[in-house]
Design a protein around this ligand. Structure first.
Ligand SMILES: [Zn+2]
Length: 497
């Protein structure tokens, strides 16, 4: 495993400009540095595929679930924040996930059109009723569900939306809020022990500095958008659709929802029970009404929390990222890659260099495939500080996958049956973050799969707590060591001066 740290802000001209700005401030502190004023811009674009042109394989649940219609449109929503010489653009996309390869491609397109964007984060809401952008839900287990034409178009739509958000930036005011209302946790069901959640709601509201006109509301909460379940074949953004609709109707501007620590956290199942005010009954599982009630309820909590926000006079942005190589220990992903399921994405690396070596292997029930033998996947951990006079007032942590909540919120637990019962605990992300407003973005810049604490890893019997069959999780994780690599890299980024 190799870690290479890269500071995005390495441009000499940018450093020089900042020095001049600071010098002006120190000589005459009453002369404001115009560039230190926070700027914000937002844009959104429809990314719904045409379900009548080609078969659209819906991502999530089983194979060969072909879309039959569109219930509500999918969107890419991008928020751009600028202060000083730095701009971060944050896009949230209503798809199941995007691999790092696509994010790098989107960044190249943004760089060509708006080189001033210092850092682009692309995170996915992880909807389970949108097109397959990872390849895993095609007609059969070893046929890709990716439509490359659509994915190319999607990548360029995301890039164009990020550029539009950047170009629409204007002087802005920021307000922050957070909430821990009990409903936030009650709407999350957790599928395996420990039954830890990360229920917090973090909010950032941007308004125009002069007119007070709403620009955007950034909403961060954690839950799988899969309320409609496997029987649904209509495209929908699930509860984020109603959440964004409610926030935009009530607060104006554009809502940008970013999902958080969603490993094993679901909106499915009767444990997530919401009473329908129209009928007085619990909204049945797997219904449009349940998705609507979840989205609207979170929207109401957003409105409630933003009734008493904290102003944040952000005057600088610190951007840090690490390009990481994480060990791929799950052979299921190698088989899928060898069969072409990822449509050429997820290449493997060894010792930090691209490694395309493979061996022919006979897979029972599949036949002969080229089994990639490289060691690692390349991915990225990202971290952004929003600062006011040097003090960190809010943070954004970009996690390249679906992280278990005990890794962000604390509560890793040792159980009988674990494969590595003595494994050291990974650092808890929230314990290392420095501010009150901690935006943790799941599926950001990559989708590695589940990030599981090593001490809870359970790929071999006996199963945790002597369950008769295996727990769900490891099958969709790159391996037991990946969470540690990602979290240690993030902590190193947080601790940099
Ligand atoms: Zn998932």
């Amino acid at each position: 495993m190799t870690i290479k740290s890269t500071f995005v802000v390495d441009n000499a001209m940018r450093v020089l400009a900042r020095f001049i700005c600071v010098a002006v401030l120190s000589v005459a502190s009453f002369i404001p540095c115009a560039q230190a004023q926070l700027r914000a811009g937002v844009a959104k674009a429809v990314i719904t595929p045409d379900v009548h042109k080609n078969a659209v394989y819906l991502a999530g649940f089983g194979h060969n679930r072909v879309a039959t219609g569109v219930h509500d449109d999918l969107y890419a929503r991008c928020l751009a924040l600028g202060a000083g010489m730095d701009t971060v653009a944050l896009c949230s996309v209503d798809v199941i996930g995007l691999f790092y390869d696509d994010v790098l491609k989107i960044r190249r397109q943004v760089k060509a059109q708006a080189p001033e964007v210092s850092y682009l984060i692309v995170s996915c809401t992880h909807v389970h009723a949108g097109p397959d952008t990872l390849g895993l839900w095609g007609p059969t287990q070893l046929q890709t569900g990716i439509n490359e034409n659509y994915l190319d178009w999607l990548d360029s739509q995301i890039a164009a939306t990020a550029v539009e958000a950047f170009r629409s930036m204007q002087p802005a005011r920021m307000e922050l809020s957070r909430d821990d209302h009990p409903l936030l946790g009650l709407l999350q069901s957790v599928g395996r022990p420990p039954f830890v959640k990360d229920p917090y709601l973090f909010l950032m509201r941007l308004t125009a500095a002069g007119s007070g006109e709403p620009i955007a509301t950034l909403v961060n909460w954690s839950d799988h958008p899969e309320t409609l379940g496997r029987k649904n074949t209509e495209i929908t953004a699930d509860y984020p659709h109603w959440l964004c609709q409610y926030v935009e109707n009530q607060l104006g501007g554009t809502a940008v929802f970013v999902n958080g620590s969603i490993g094993k956290v679901s909106s499915l199942g009767s444990e997530v029970a919401l009473q329908d005010p129209q009928t007085g009954e619990i909204a049945p599982d797997g219904t449009w009404r349940k998705a609507e009630l979840i989205g609207t309820t979170i929207g109401q909590l957003v409105q409630r929390a933003l009734a008493s926000p904290e102003p944040a006079n952000v005057d600088s942005i610190a951007i840090r990222k690490s390009v990481l190589f994480v060990p791929l220990q799950n052979d299921r992903f190698r088989i899928a890659g060898g069969a072409g399921v990822f449509a050429g994405r997820k290449p493997l690396y060894s010792n930090g260099a691209l490694d395309r070596s493979s061996v022919e292997r006979e897979v029972p029930g599949v036949g002969k495939i080229q089994f990639s033998t490289g060691q690692d996947l390349q991915t990225e951990a990202g971290y952004v500080q929003l600062r006011s006079r040097g003090r960190v007032v809010a943070e954004i942590a970009a996690i390249p996958g679906e992280i278990y909540p005990e890794l962000t919120n604390g509560g890793i637990t040792r159980y009988p049956g674990a494969d590595f019962p003595d494994a050291a605990f990974e650092p808890t992300l929230r314990a290392h973050l420095k501010s009150k407003y901690q935006f943790i973005l799941g599926l950001a810049n990559d989708e590695l799969g589940y990030l599981i604490p090593k001490a809870e890893w359970d790929d071999k019997p006996p199963w945790l707590l002597n369950k008769p069959e295996r727990w769900y999780g490891e099958v969709n994780s790159p391996g037991p060591d990946v969470a540690g690599v990602v979290l240690r890299a993030l902590v190193a980024l947080i601790q940099q001066n």
